[in-house]
Design a protein around this ligand. Sequence first.
Ligand SMILES: Nc1ncnc2c1ncn2[C@@H]1O[C@H](COP(=O)(O)OP(=O)(O)OP(=O)(O)O)[C@@H](O)[C@H]1O
Length: 229
Amino acid sequence: MKIEIESKSFTDKQIFSNFDLELAETEFLAISGPSGCGKTTLLRLIAGLDKDVQMTMTSSFNRIGYVFQEPRLLPWRTIRENLHLVCADTAAGKEQADLALQTVNLWEERNEFPDALSLGMKRRIELARAFAVKPDLILLDEPFVSLDSVSAAELRELLLTVWARDKPKIIMVSHNLEECLSLADRIVSLAGNPAKILSSFAIDHPRKQRDASWITSQMASLKTSQVPE
Ligand SMILES: Nc1ncnc2c1ncn2[C@@H]1O[C@H](COP(=O)(O)OP(=O)(O)OP(=O)(O)O)[C@@H](O)[C@H]1O
């Protein structure tokens, strides 16, 4: 899949100009970069949430799962109802949603309303909702931000477990390079105005072996690769 953004601007600010990004089959791509460089805008453009752009994509997606920076659950619906809303209104669709809820270990809380849940639980529901639609592509916008380290580690583990089933393509935006190194197949760093790809860092190391010492050892080479020539 190739994304080509000819031009995207907000009023007088050019965010992307002749920007290209390729994504391989089943690839888990992480995108990092300074605040305001256009990461969320990129996800919104790919999802078709912002159509005010000149861009082309070589593949179109039937279904996209999107985890937003802030959980977006309807507060007047139970978490089970929130999930049922995104799946087909059939017995099979509802079963798919219920299964997703069980996968993220929130079946017992199915009749709770979102406000009664912790941020970590809300993020688990968001993850369940994104995967419940059996997506071809998942977009994750800082899915672990504001979580304590234990909840973030649990959620990362969960993400890899649900992803391993069908391996949809993933594009994850994250500021946290350790997180990108532990999860992704490749880390793309954006910078500049308009945004350009500063570096593309491929990771060819089994996820299960990416322990703390391996991540520390990779941080130096990742940072070196981000230095502009
Ligand atoms: N709806 C909008 N109207 C005007 N400007 C916008 C709009 N959305 C984003 N921008 C601007 O576009 C630029 C890119 O924003 P974007 O949210 O994509 O950055 P980001 O890299 O995701 O930042 P962060 O890491 O802080 O989330 C910023 O300068 C932002 O102010």
